[in-house]
Structure formats: C-alpha cells, structure tokens
Design a protein around this ligand. Structure first.
Ligand code: GLN
Length: 300
C-alpha cells in the first residue's frame, strides 16, 4: 500500500458520495493522518508503507476521517482547524467555521482604527476569530468578547491561549450585551459583531455541511434574518463611548435594512462596505460624540 493508492481510494470514495472537493479533501485528510506535508508526500507517495502498527493505525485513522467526510461533516471539523487572517483557529461543532468573508470586517477595523489603545467589544464571538485576530494583528490590549454558548466560549478561550492573547481578550457568557451585566456601565470605543443573520427558511437550502453540522444558533437570524441586528442596533449605544464606532458583518442583501436600523437607533455616518468580490459585507457607523448628542438649542 502506498500513500498515492490511499489518496486515490479516499478521493474516489468522496467523489462517489457527491462531496464537492473530493481530491483536495482526501489529500488534506491523508496529510493530517500521516502528519506530513505536501513536499514529503510528493517525495514518498510511491513508496510502499512500512508494515508496522504505526502505519496500520494511520491508515485506520485516514479511513475513519474519509468516512466522516462522506457523511458531509465539514473538513475543518474533522481536521479541527481553520485558517483566518493568517492564524490557525481550532474549531469544532459548537462554533461557526470562520469565513474568509469575515476578514473584510477585521481588515476594515485594522485599517480605520490604528490607535492601539482603543477598547473593543465583540458580541457573538463564536470561535473568537474576530476578537482574537484584532488582538493579535492590531495589538489592542483590551478586547472583550461575548457569546451565549458556553461551549463556543471554551473554543474561543482555547484559541486565545494558543494564539497567546489570553491576557488581552476577556470572554463573558450571556445573551448579546446581557453578558456584560456584571460589568454595568462599562463602555467601549468599538463594537464589532458577526451575528447570526441567515433567514430561517434559507437555512434548509444550504449545503449539508452548513445546514446539518454547523451550530444552528450561530446561523439562524430568525424569520427575516434581522433579529440580532435589531437588538444590537437598539442596545449598542449604551455600551459605546461618545464618538464610538460599530462594525457589523451582514449578508449581501442586508445593507439597506441594517443601515436603516442603525440610523433609527441614533447612529450616523452609516456606510456599507464591500468584500473583495464586491458584495455588501459590512455596515459601519458612528455613535454621536458629546457635541452631536447635544440638542441644537444648547449649542447655540
Ligand atoms: N464571530 C464568529 C465568526 O465570525 C461567530 C459568528 C457567529 O456565530 N454568528 O465566525
């Protein structure tokens, strides 16, 4: 038995089960099971594997992983990791797998908020990918992150420790801002969030990897997909400093609706920003400063 034969076997099985990226997935699972990289794979792929317990257990592991992938468990959950902003994040079935789309939000904050002293709040942190990459890449010393799921927070804390920013990022469990109840009166310079925003009826049309294996809690934005934006827009002002900023990831068709929610809640300078393929992806806005908050009669 050679690595090449194992790759062909796994790739064929995934292909037959309708897996979308069979060859690539089989290759990644093979490299993981044999704890090797592409260079060593290419060098050794035609060599007979040694007949020993180590090879046998790696082959067994590889075949088990192929079986799991055949049942459409996401590759990232099988491998236990996903790259985001050039960092490796541990993931499991309790968190949304970080998406490249979400890098748009992180990059925008890094570009516009260069003062490293700014305090940041990330609500619905999931794997912690937004909070942690802002802490690592932006050097912000004070990042607070919340999630309703204790299981998700375990993943986020593990990621913060692995990426050596557990002194910068603090996690609290609770429903959106409710997680901060114990810290009443605490305000932030910046609020970021990628809340669940998929309309409930759309969820059943998604790929089985997402629909059946990613946490519904992290996807479901209720009937019109806007439930969490409504709540965030109406509550965020209480947690922002004067002149504070909000950055929200949105679905490609939610720019107008989310902009209106923020405007109605008293935010101004509302902008919709696009991701690399040109789709609406982030809405950002400014919370009034001392001056804007003053009624005009007091300013004159
Ligand atoms: N903030 C996390 C992410 O962007 C989780 C988002 C969520 O669970 N909706 O991936």
């Amino acid at each position: 038995m050679t690595l090449f034969q194992l790759l062909a076997e796994g790739s064929d099985m995934l292909q037959r089960s309708g897996s979308p990226d069979a060859q690539n997935d089989a290759r990644q699972l093979l490299l993981a099971a044999f704890e090797t990289d592409m260079v060593h794979f290419l060098l050794k792929r035609m060599q007979e594997l040694e007949e020993n317990e180590d090879s046998r257990s790696r082959i067994r592991l590889y075949r088990e992983m192929i079986e799991r992938r055949r049942s459409r468990i996401p590759l990232q959950q099988i491998l236990g990791c996903q790259e985001f902003m050039g960092l490796d994040f541990y993931v499991n079935e309790h968190v949304l797998i970080p998406r490249q789309d979400t890098e748009t939000l992180v990059e925008l904050v890094l570009e516009e908020q260069k003062d490293p002293e700014k305090s940041i709040l990330d609500v619905c942190t999931g794997s912690g990918c937004i909070a942690i990459s802002l802490a690592v890449k932006g050097g912000y010393p004070d990042v607070t992150a919340t999630d309703i799921s204790e299981e998700a927070l375990k993943v986020a804390r593990r990621n913060a420790a692995a990426l050596q920013c557990d002194e910068q990022v603090h996690f609290y469990q609770g429903d959106l801002f409710g997680a901060l109840e114990q810290r009443a009166g605490r305000t932030f310079d910046i609020i970021v969030s990628n809340p669940p925003y998929i309309p409930t009826a759309v969820i059943r049309t998604l790929e089985p990897e997402v629909r059946d294996h990613e946490p519904l809690l992290a996807l479901d934005g209720t009937e019109d997909g806007l439930h969490y934006y409504r709540r965030i827009a109406s509550e965020a002002g209480k947690y922002l400093k004067p002149d504070g900023r909000i950055y929200l990831e949105i679905g490609y068709d939610q720019g107008k609706a989310v902009s209106e929610l923020l405007t109605d809640a008293g935010f101004f300078r509302v902008r919709v920003c696009q991701d690399l393929p040109g789709k609406d992806r982030v809405v950002c806005a400014v919370w009034p400063g001392q001056q804007e908050a003053c009624p005009e009669s007091l300013l004159s």
